[in-house]
Design a protein around this ligand. Structure first.
Ligand code: ATP
Ligand code: MG
Length: 442
């Protein structure tokens, strides 16, 4: 992609309304634009990151056996009356009327709708387990939308819903999502800690919030230092093996970890002080088991092996991709801008032509652009006539993992400079080695 033909509205000034670093950097880097209270457009650079984040989420949901669907954003109030939530949900729900004066709503979540899909088709335990997910916009009329996409009113959510014959099956489904979440966040370079969350009237211990430690987090959290060293399961983890998956969940739920609502001072005091981590955290995902809460009132049941009808046991599993991007930036930035992990960077390489119009520089840049692109790298080629200083500042701000810098002297010698955005390390290499170098080669 040529920067001269791209749409990257970089802001020179620090936007005053932005209170936290991720919000500031997303606005400055031209990733998002605020359209209204708690509502944002995703500009090209931001959209690329959002897509990459969603791709990782999809891959890990699919790996764990969930199936992607897509449900509408606008829902009928009728379904929500069946579960009783139309009245219970409160002011966070945006209620709408259509031209026939029918009550509609913009979905804040989809339990009712997915239960309706399920009950229309699935009649036998033989079709279980089933887990359906979608990635769709939600609207919640938050009391205090703030921090940009971290807490907005319209936001993207991946929400999955599992259906099982009984509690045992539902717990296995829960565990699969638990492990899938560990992998998902790790692939984005994040260390997410699963913390016990309130199960309210449902009871039991199957509710966890996945928390990223960050100074600007909205919740106070407490955990054992052991979490910082726990290994995350690799790609070869076998989601068909309930014992293996259950074992991983056990390892990840044994050390102490709780948000302040669930905090237990007694248990906390039992942990040696040097092992205690008390910090601020950002909730990027939440999984919970709620049994028959919707299947019973909505009549979602299947015939069991005993020939009797059973209300299915359900759980739901959310991740906020838009909030997640802000959380990644909170965790990974420096004074010059964003520092993307390679897996979700909007482009892999910033190719910087220091002297546009100089034949040797132009030609070399074209060649490098074509070699890298052919090798599957996403390249943002800065072919604009900005000064070199401005180009470096932009490249640092938007945080692409690699900068390939082409100047007249190097071009004459057949060399380019390569900077690693994260470490700041610079090396000069012969042009033939650019691909090798930006592929992490030593
Ligand atoms: P919070 O406690 O932060 O208000 P929640 O518990 O209401 O969130 P869930 O219903 O568990 O959120 O939603 C699943 C995920 O969706 C959350 O873990 C979060 O990543 C994301 N999310 C929820 N609300 C918002 C929001 N207002 N803006 C951006 N992302 C959100
Ligand atoms: Mg939650």
């Amino acid at each position: 992609m040529r920067l001269s033909r791209y749409f990257l509205p970089i802001l020179k000034e620090t936007p005053r309304e932005a209170e936290i670093v991720s919000h500031r950097l997303m606005l400055r880097a031209g990733m998002i634009r605020q359209q209204g209270q708690g509502s944002f457009s995703w500009l090209p650079l931001g959209k690329r990151v959002l897509d990459k984040v969603c791709r990782i989420i999809r891959e890990e949901q699919d790996r764990a056996g969930a199936l992607e669907i897509l449900m509408p954003t606008i829902q009928s109030a009728e379904l929500w009356r069946e579960s009783g939530r139309y009245d219970d949900y409160g002011k966070e729900m945006l209620r709408i009327k259509d031209r026939q004066e029918r009550d509609m709503l913009y979905g804040p979540t989809n339990e009712e709708m997915v239960t309706d899909i399920f009950r229309s088709y699935v009649k036998s335990y033989k079709d279980l387990p089933l887990n359906l997910y979608h990635i769709q916009w939600k609207f919640r009329d938050e009391v205090r939308p703030r921090f940009g996409v971290m807490r907005s009113r319209e936001f993207l959510m991946k929400d999955a819903y599992s259906f099982d014959l009984d509690y045992e099956g539902a717990r296995a489904a829960y565990n699969r999502m638990f492990v899938s979440y560990l992998r998902t966040f790790t692939r984005m370079g994040l260390q997410a800690i699963p913390m016990r969350a309130d199960t309210g009237p449902i009871g039991g211990d199957l509710s966890h919030e996945f928390i990223i430690l960050a100074e600007t987090g909205e919740s106070q959290v407490f955990c054992h230092r052991d979490y910082l060293g726990l290994a995350v399961p690799g790609e070869d983890v076998d989601f068909a093996n309930d014992d293996e998956i259950g074992g991983i969940v056990k390892t990840w739920t044994t050390p102490y970890a709780a948000t302040d609502e669930m905090h237990d001072e007694k248990a906390w005091e039992g942990i040696p002080e040097e092992q205690q981590v008390s910090a601020r955290g950002i909730e990027v995902g939440h999984i919970f088991h709620f049994g028959e809460k919707y299947s019973k009132p909505m009549g979602a049941k299947v015939a069991g092996p005993d020939g009797k009808e059973h209300f299915v046991s359900m759980g739901s599993y959310g991740i906020g991709p838009s909030r997640l991007i802000a959380a990644v930036i909170e965790a990974m930035h420096d004074e010059n801008g964003i520092v993307w992990p390679e897996s979700i960077a909007p482009f892999d390489v910033a190719l910087i032509n220091m002297k546009v119009g100089d034949e040797a520089c132009d030609q070399l840049c074209e060649r490098i652009n074509s070699v890298l692109t052919k090798a599957g790298k996403d390249v943002l080629y800065d072919d604009t006539d900005q000064r070199a200083g401005g180009k470096f500042a932009t490249a640092d701000l938007i945080g692409l993992p690699w900068q390939v810098i082409v100047g007249p002297r190097g071009a004459a010698a057949g060399e380019v400079e390569i900077k690693n955005r994260r470490t700041g390390e610079r090396v000069t290499v012969p042009t033939e080695q650019v691909l090798h170098q930006v592929s992490g080669g030593a």
